[in-house]
Design a protein around this ligand. Sequence first.
Ligand code: ZN
Length: 91
Amino acid sequence: MATKCLQCGHTMTTRRQNVSYDASGLPGVTLAGIEVSHCAHCGEHEVAIPRIAGLHRVMAHAVIRKSSRPTPAEIRFLRRTLGWSGSSAKP
Ligand SMILES: [Zn+2]
C-alpha cells in the first residue's frame, strides 16, 4: 500500500532500515528493520514505529537486566515508561 506524502501529496517510497531512536530518551538505541517512508519530491520522511508501548517495555527490561548501574538517562526512561515516581511511596 503506497503512502502519500503529507507535505506535497506525492507517493512515498517505503523501505525498511535501521533507525536511531534517540527520541526515546535513551541514547544509543537503534531500531532494526523499521519502515521509513521517503518522498523523493520534497524530501519529507516518516518513520513508522510499531507497537511503541510494547517496545518501551522491552527496552525497560533490557535496562533492568543489564548488570551495570543504570545511567541517569536510563533511570528517567524507566520512570517514564514504567510509571515509577521519584518520591511517592507505593499505594
Ligand atoms: Zn513530499
